[in-house]
Design a protein around this ligand. Structure first.
Ligand SMILES: [Cu+2]
Length: 352
């Protein structure tokens, strides 16, 4: 509070000094003893423009260089290489235009600041010049947009048939993932079935739900296409897998999807980064409420054989929540026992 008051008083003192300066200048003009209005402050402003250009230029270059690794993560997916290329081409073209225009903007403010007796040249228009600065950006932007569209169509094309299908669901405040189990088919869901244990609202009257499993980590196979089926249970969330250059909103009532091929396992990445503790993560990039920061899930990319072995180890959701057998229709009960891996009363009897 004290610091705030001190800050406010400093600002007020500066404002008062500025007003006194202005007032004396105006009195000078009124008396006729001063005709050179504001020449001093004009010079100060002109020099400040140049100082701002140089200082902010140095800070930007230094920051971009020394923090490069923090905002440009190593890429770990096939399409990520293509989107990175698009990003850097766009950054190169717009970056050069930005730097040139900023240098001219601040330099001109300095160079052409008010000077006594200097008058501006009368130069109303130049058709050739206007044509050039309209056509060149138009052509460059059209090429960039067409290239971007091509890349977007490529990465959002339908997933290959053999893709691993995994459901990702955002809910305040955690990600949950569901795998289709041995049948490779995710079961139906119904929001009316959601309760404390059945977070996905899995519909157990669907045969395909019986062997679905819900692990705590997102495992992905290296070198195989993966199709993420994305949905949200309450508010907007956004699936963000930065190393895979993947970002897709999770929208309540409107499932979205994204397919990609992870190209480096967690082990590969630990070697590449030289960090033995490296882990991929799934984050949320939609401010979805108070606990938004905690929406983080560990992602593990396995070699294909390890991935299959991990899948085999997973227990089905139904076997971990056997009380939900009551929701399974009579004709599916036996199938449910077998496909979910629940011990039947007969198998228990025979083991006695
Ligand atoms: Cu979220």
């Amino acid at each position: 509070m004290q610091t705030l008051l001190l800050g406010i008083s400093v600002v007020l003192v500066l404002v008062i000094l500025f007003m006194i300066f202005k007032l004396t200048t105006l009195i000078g003009v009124a008396k006729g003893s001063k005709t050179d209005v504001d020449a001093g402050s004009n010079k100060v402003n002109a020099s400040l423009m140049l100082i701002f250009l140089i200082v902010s230029g140095i800070i930007t270059l230094w920051f971009s260089y020394s923090w490069f690794g923090d905002y440009h993560l190593p890429v770990a997916s096939d399409h990520g290489v293509i989107t990175d290329k698009l990003f850097w081409i766009t950054m190169g073209i717009t970056g050069v235009a930005f730097v040139l225009t900023q240098i001219l903007l601040f330099y001109f403010a300095f160079r052409y600041s008010y000077k006594k007796n200097s008058t501006a040249t009368y130069y109303p228009d130049n058709h050739k010049l206007e044509l050039v600065w309209t056509l060149v950006p138009a052509v460059v932007l059209t090429v960039l947009i067409l290239y971007g569209l091509k890349v977007w169509n490529n990465i959002t094309s339908p997933a290959p048939q053999e893709a691993e299908v995994i459901e990702v669901m955002g809910a305040q405040f955690a990600w949950r993932v569901r795998y289709p189990g041995e049948d490779n088919k995710l079961g139906r869901y119904d929001y009316r079935k959601i309760d404390a244990s059945n977070a996905f609202g899995m519909d157990l009257s669907d045969k395909n739900s019986l062997d679905d499993f819900v692990p705590r980590e997102l495992h992905l196979p290296k070198g195989k296409p993966v199709l993420l089926k994305i949905r949200a249970r309450d508010v907007l969330h956004s699936v963000f897998l930065p190393h895979f250059r993947l970002k897709m909103d999770a929208v309540p009532g409107m499932p979205t999807q994204f397919w990609f091929v992870p190209s480096k396992s967690t082990e590969d990445m630990r070697k590449e980064t030289g960090n033995p503790d490296f882990n991929y993560e799934l984050a949320c990039t939609e401010i979805c409420g108070k606990g938004h920061f905690s929406m983080r899930m560990l992602v593990v990319v396995d070699e294909p054989a390890d991935y299959e072995a991990w899948k085999k180890e997973q227990k089905t959701w139904l076997s971990l929540n056997p009380e939900y057998m009551s929701q399974v229709p009579e004709e599916l009960k036996e199938v449910a026992m077998i496909s979910s891996g629940i011990e039947t009363s007969e198998s228990k009897d025979s083991s006695l």
